[in-house]
Design a protein around this ligand. Structure first.
Ligand code: HEC
Length: 173
């Protein structure tokens, strides 16, 4: 409920910015509304509506399963919270991990090469490693102050696998 209100308020703000307050000002002063003005009002309203739709399509929300499993206490898709942003995790393991190049610490805020991490833990794929990491918790691979708590057995292996696949899928080519 609160979230819905916040989203609504954000959209209204966006609409106000995009329309530059013009549409409302013109409505208030009826005498200056003529054909041309009406046209520009509608154009700016349609543009604003388009931006609102684009804005909501851009940020990926956390899936229901992540909320139910308690991941959202520490993670969001787009922003670092207690744990790294899931998009950054996905970038690290997909794009950079695939080539074995060092992950750029400034961009991804991780301390190690993905290939080295996999080797250290004797895992063949990012999926296998992340399922184990999320199950057991731990810290030290990302620049965070807190450790991830063990999520298993509170969260089932099947659900952890689904969540890891969601994370990896965010940036999969
Ligand atoms: C108590 C906070 C907390 C909770 C709850 C939590 N995480 Fe984390 N998560 C973290 C932290 C902190 C890290 C960084 C660990 C590190 O630096 O090694 C992390 C890292 C990760 C990573 C990247 C692991 C790596 O080594 O690259 C994934 C994937 C992840 N979490 C998924 C999940 C999922 C899925 C859940 C829910 C089932 C979850 N997390 C719940 C705090 C949390």
């Amino acid at each position: 409920m609160c979230r819905a209100l916040a989203v609504f308020a954000k959209r209204m703000e966006l609409f106000r910015i995009v329309s530059g307050g013009k549409a409302f000002a013109l409505f208030q002063n009826k005498s200056i509304i003529n054909g041309e003005n009406m046209k520009s009002i509608f154009v700016s309203m349609i543009a604003a509506a388009g931006l609102v739709v684009a804005g909501s399509a851009m940020a990926t929300d956390m899936p229901e399963l992540a909320k139910k499993s308690g991941c959202t206490a520490c993670h969001t898709v787009e922003k670092k919270l207690v744990g790294p942003a899931w998009r950054d995790v996905s970038k690290a393991y997909n794009k950079v991990g695939a080539t074995g190049t060092a992950v750029d610490p400034k961009v991804y805020q991780t301390t190690q090469k993905v290939a080295a991490i996999l080797k250290e833990h004797g895992k063949a794929t990012p999926e296998a490693w992340l399922v184990e990491k999320v199950s057991k918790g731990g810290k030290g691979d990302w620049f965070t102050t807190t450790a991830m708590i063990p999520n298993a057995p509170r969260v089932s292996q099947a659900d952890i696998k689904t969540l890891v696949d969601f994370v990896l899928g965010l940036e999969k080519k």
